[in-house]
Each structure stands twice: as C-alpha cells, then as structure tokens.
Design a protein around this ligand. Structure first.
Ligand code: GLA
Ligand code: GLA
Length: 675
C-alpha cells in the first residue's frame, strides 16, 4: 500500500468521544464553536464506540454518529472514522468467549479493559467485518470523512487453541518439514526434538521459554497475525465501498510488533507520542522523540500523522506533569519538523468518568475556552495554518541508522555477553544523536530496507544478520558508501543460529578484520580508546567505553584507536578499512557519545553531505522538508531561553517565525529557498 495522500493542509484535531455525553446535546454545539476557535479541523471518532454502535447483537445504532459527522462537516471539520475493534461489548464476550484473549499461562481473560481480543477467532473476525462494512457503507463516501483509524494501538498476543493452530500452520509454511524446523531451532539442545508440527506450543513460562528460535518465530508470528487482522479490517472497509486511506496508530518504541511489516497494509503511518517533558534536559527528550518520529517516517518514507499527543498532563505516567508555557507548541511542531502532516491530541474533551478522567484534554471538565491549555492549543492551530503549504513535503535523508526489531528481539533473548541490558537502543541513539547534532536529516530503517540512497549508514550492534544484509552492506561500501559497524555484529542468522567461521559474518573482508572474543564489563567498570599517533582520521582524544569490548584481529584495516587498559591494552578499539570505493568503520566497544560525535563529524565532512547550519547549540534542532520546488529548513529551540544560532542567508529567506540572530525559547523558525 502506501498510496499517495496529501490532505492539502496540516491536520489539527484528535480523539473525540461524544458517545460519553450523548445526554447533553448542548455540549456538541459548544465543542464545535471551541474547535473552530482553536482551528481544529479534524476529529477522530468512534474509537471505543462499539457498545453504543451495536448495543445488542445485530442492532445497529448509527444515528448519533451520523448527526455528529454532519454537524462537524457543516462547520468545516473532517472526521477520521475509527473501526471500534479495540474494545468490544459485554454481550459479545458473554455469548462468544472465544473472542477474549488467552495469556501465555493458557488462562482466558475475563471481559474487561480493551485490546483484549483474539486475532484469530472467526467469530471476532466476522463481527469486525460486519461492523466495518456497515460503517463503511454508511459513512465511507461522506464528504466529511477523510480516512480510517483502524482499531486502536494494536498490540499483545493470544495463546488460545485457535492461535496455536495458526502458529503451527505458519511454521509449516515457513519450514516445510519438521526436520528443517528442528535444525533451525537447534532442538537437539536439551533434547527438545519435535516429531511433528502438531506438538508445537507457543512459548510459556509454564513450558518452553528458552528455545530462542521458537521465541523469535512466535514474535514474528504475532506480528504476522496482527498484520493479517489489519488486512482483514481494511478489506471489510473496502468491501463496504470506501477507498479512503487506512491507518493504524502505532506506539513509542513498542517491542511487541515489528511495525515495518505493516508497510503494505497501511496507507499512512500514524503514531501516538507521550514524551515525559520537563523530566531531564529538554534537549534530550527532544532527541529521543525526534528519533521516534524518524522511525515512523522511515517505515513508508512519506509524511506521517501524529495521531495522538497530550495537550497537557498525561495521567498514566507516574507523575502528571503540566506542560510549561510554550512546550505544547514546541512538541507539536517538532512532529511537523520531522515529517508529520498533523498534530492530533488525545483527547479533545476530557471524559467524565473512569481511568482517563484526569488525562489532559483540549477542553477540560470546566468546559470553557478561557483556559491556559486551550490558548496553547489555539496557538498550535494558528501555526499549523501558517505552515499549511508544507503538507505533503518529504524528508530526504543522506544518513541512516539501522534499528532492527527482529535483531532487538533476538538480542534481548540471548543469554550473554551481558544479561539484563545490552544497551541496544542506547547504541542506536549514540549514532542517531551524532548525526542529528550536525543537523542531518536521518532515516531510521530496518535491515530489510535498501541502503543505496544513503551516503553514510550506521549499523550499531547488528547481532543478527538477516534479509541479505551482508550482500547489501558489501555492495554499499564497494560503491562508495561509508558504513559504521560495531561490536557484537553478525553473530547469528535469522533463526538465531550462530554463524560458523568467524564474525562479523560475511563482512570480515569488508571490515578488514575478524572479531575473536568479546569481554562483558561489570557495571561501573570501564576501559578507554586511545588514538593511534598519526592515524588517518586524525582522531585526537581518548574516550571511555563500558559494557562490552570486542577483541578484533585486523586483516587489512587501519587501527585508529587502541584499548588503554586490561590484558587487551594496545589492541584495536576503532578501525577503518577501505573497500572498493568506500570505507567500513568498526567501533569495537560501547564508547561514550563523544567518540561518535568526533567520528561522525569527520565522516560526514568526508562524505560531502551538505550542512546548512554549522554550529548547532544543545537544544537546537535542525531538520528539513522538501517539495519539487522548495526546501524548508526548520530550526527549533527546545531551550526555554533564546539561543544564538547562525542561519544561512543567500537564497534562504525567513518564511515562518522570527529570527534576529537568535531563536526564542521553545520557538521555531522556518527558512525557505526555491530549488
Ligand atoms: C550447569 C549445568 C550444565 C550447563 C552449565 C552452564 O552446570 O549442569 O548443563 O548448563 O551449568 O554453566
Ligand atoms: C493511548 C490510547 C488512547 C489513550 C491514550 C492516553 O495512546 O490510544 O486511547 O488511552 O493512550 O494517553
């Protein structure tokens, strides 16, 4: 999928649950007035409405929704319509218990909560199909409806007998024979050989939990089952007569699903963003959030939507922190800076009861517009109006960092070389941050994506090589790319079997070295990397490393730094190998950020990547978006105080915001130049 959609404007809106106050019709009138004042042009409707839409089996009650969609549309407000499968009515769970999820201990859940359904149950699939088709028939061609919000935050897994059967079928299709599966999973270990697919059970704390191949395939299966369910939902919407874009709202760093696998079943990537601002330095939260935006954008490499964000305090976090003045606008516009065509909130009006009654909202229980939060939301609306022509513009990154979900699963499951935490995400962040501090746009991709369009690719801690990564990486370097590999790379294949014959598998020649051993360091224990005199990259400083130290034997690579301590003092800690037209770097240990900053500054310069802002103070973010005709250079300040920063002149003009040599606290400036 991934069809082209440009809404022609920035969307400003969010989750709206009017079924919670149908008894108070005057509320809708007031809300519509407020929405217009805050320049809200969209609502996401019906996300948890099933028990109102179908109060008893087969009896549909769509009238209230029709009225609301009509009223909104008459007032210039569009609807992104949800399918309500994220939560279901009690009657359904009572009559058809198979719709409820079974946990890994093989206990079936009781009715309750949400996101508590089996993805296989034929009854649930049928009920969802009927509902989605009915909604699509009724509203799919309504001029006010612009897209489908399928379900809500898909996630979790079901271990019921129906899912077990599907899992066995999935494995049979993947492996063909039980012998092939036994080999791939190394089942001779601890005498776990299977004679038949029918013997296989999903992982369980009460049963098989340490068979890495099984664990990995189960996670892949859960992703595939969920993708299949999304496809089923989307097909029902289509069969009901609607051809509008379908979307699913994804979550921050969610480990339960490989989101890249959804690229063929959604038209637009959308996600829900709840950072803990004001906890640490704002600049760090901004980096972390920026990386999530970039992960989401990189799935389809197209504009995404920020489907949910909180207008003030998020009540499920340990502390419900208010956003300080200006923070909401800065956080919202950061999404746009990284490629979003929307800013949407959870929620437009605060619910009166139950677990989200204290969650931040555009309109709170007071029910008026003269609140601080409403004022800030209005400012976001005004900014989005002004930035409207950027909708549909794309991000063109010359640098990429690989952050691979399946690699993450495998590494989290592996016993050793450090248990509890290998710091994979942190390793990815170090490369990402180093690029971002230089103002580069960065794609954050997985191992299945192509490398050809980049000049420089960082591939930290790729423990698992899969999807032909070795061949892609070799070709990339050979034809002039700069590749950064690190310690603990190329160790296992895609079923978590160790490669024989040396690591990093398939790239020893490209890197000009072989990894021989890896040392796990105790918490608090450190080593360091000392620059080699006269090294080709002019590395000049000594940097600390911790957690993991890879001991490599070079075979052609130039040693840029060596370890400073322990029995491996003097052995390589950072290397570079010329291969074909390009170069492969190998970072042997988990170094502090400073090493990445120095290394990447040099490599980016060498790679000739254009940078528009040369000195970027902490807290300043530089990104860009492009159309065929124009380039927008976006500069945001996440510091509450004004910060001096020198921006380019010449063909660039200040297109949005104020700039007088400084960017004001929490403010944004957009420069534009024609191409
Ligand atoms: C115990 C077990 C062995 C092996 C080792 C690993 O001693 O008996 O089978 O698991 O631990 O240290
Ligand atoms: C998630 C859900 C919403 C709501 C918000 C609260 O993003 O999708 O329904 O619960 O969290 O922050």
């Amino acid at each position: 999928m991934g069809r082209e959609f440009n809404f022609g404007k920035m969307i400003h809106g969010g989750d709206y649950n009017p079924e919670q106050w149908l008894d108070f019709p005057e509320i809708l009138d007031k809300d519509i007035e407020y929405f217009k004042k805050a320049k809200i042009n969209e609502v996401s409707l019906g996300i948890f409405s099933w028990s109102v839409l179908e109060p008893c089996e087969g009896t549909y009650n769509f009238g209230w929704m029709e009225e609301i969609i009509n009223r909104l549309w008459e007032n210039g407000i569009s609807t992104i319509l949800a399918t309500p499968s994220g939560a279901r009515p009690k009657w359904m769970a009572d009559k058809y218990p198979e719709v409820l999820r079974v946990d890994a201990d093989r206990h079936r859940n009781l009715f309750g909560g949400r996101h508590n359904h089996c993805y296989t149950s034929p009854v649930y699939r049928d009920k969802v199909r009927q509902m989605n088709m009915a909604l699509s028939k009724k509203f799919g061609r309504h001029p006010g409806v612009i897209g489908w919000h399928l379900s809500n935050e898909y996630g979790g897994e079901c271990h019921c007998p129906l899912c077990q059967e599907e899992f066995r079928r999935w494995l049979k299709e993947k492996y063909g024979s039980i012998d092939a599966l036994n080999k791939a999973w190394a089942t001779t270990f601890w005498s776990h050989i299977y004679n038949d697919f029918s013997q296989i059970e999903s992982p369980s704390p009460r049963g098989e939990s340490g068979l890495h191949g099984l664990n990995l395939d189960w996670k892949r299966f859960v992703t595939d089952r969920t993708v299949d369910f999304v496809r089923h939902e989307a097909q029902a919407v289509k069969d009901g007569g609607s051809d509008l874009p379908v979307m699913i709202n994804m979550m921050y760093n969610y480990g339960g699903l490989n989101y890249h696998k959804f690229k063929d079943v959604v038209d637009i990537v959308t996600w829900d963003n709840y950072p803990t601002w004001h906890k640490g330095p704002e600049s760090l939260t901004a980096m972390d959030t920026g990386m999530q935006h970039d992960i989401m954008r990189s799935i389809l490499k197209k504009p995404f939507l920020l489907m949910e964000s909180c207008p003030s305090a998020t009540n499920w976090q340990s502390v419900s922190k208010l956003k300080k003045p200006g923070m909401l606008r800065a956080a919202s516009l950061q999404a746009v800076a990284h490629g979003s065509d929307s800013v949407q909130y959870f929620q437009l009006r605060q619910s009166r009861g139950s677990s989200e009654k204290f969650h931040g909202a555009v309109i709170d229980h007071y029910g008026g517009e003269d609140t601080r939060v409403f004022g800030e939301v209005t400012e976001v609306g005004e900014a989005l109006d002004a930035l409207g022509e950027m909708a549909g513009s794309y991000t063109s990154a010359q640098a990429a960092v690989i952050y691979d979900w399946e690699n993450r699963w495998a590494m989290e499951d592996a016993a050793g070389p450090r248990n509890k935490n290998l710091y994979y995400k942190e390793a990815v962040e170090k490369s990402y941050y180093a690029f971002r501090k230089l103002g580069l746009d960065v794609d954050v991709i997985d191992m299945e994506q192509e490398l050809d369009s980049y000049k420089i690719v960082a591939a930290p801690m790729l423990y698992m090589f899969r999807a032909g990564f070795e061949e892609k990486a070799e070709k990339f370097v050979k034809s002039g790319g700069k590749l950064i590999l690190t310690y603990w790379s190329g160790i296992v294949d895609d079923t978590d079997l160790c490669f024989l014959g040396g690591t990093p598998h398939g790239l020893m020649e490209v890197c000009g070295l072989r990894s021989t051993e890896i040392d796990g360091l105790y918490d608090g224990e450190t080593n360091c990397g000392v620059p080699v005199k006269g090294n080709g990259l002019c590395m000049t400083k000594t940097y600390t490393c911790e957690h993991l130290c890879d001991l490599v034997r070079t075979n052609g690579a130039e040693v840029l730094m060596t370890y400073g301590k322990d029995f491996y003092a003097g052995m390589p800690a950072l290397t570079c190998n010329s291969y074909g037209e390009g170069k492969a770097y190998y970072v042997c240990a988990d170094f502090e950020q400073g090493l990445y900053d120095e290394l990447y500054r040099k490599l980016v310069k060498e790679a000739g990547i254009k940078r528009y802002v040369h000195h970027i103070p902490a807290g300043i973010e530089v990104t860009s978006r492009e159309t065929e005709d124009a380039l927008y250079l976006i500069v945001q300040n996440f510091d509450p105080e004004s910060v001096e920063v020198r921006l380019p002149k010449g063909p660039f003009t200040v297109w949005y915001g104020e700039y007088d040599g400084t960017v004001k606290g929490f403010d944004m400036v957009v420069l534009k130049k024609s191409k």
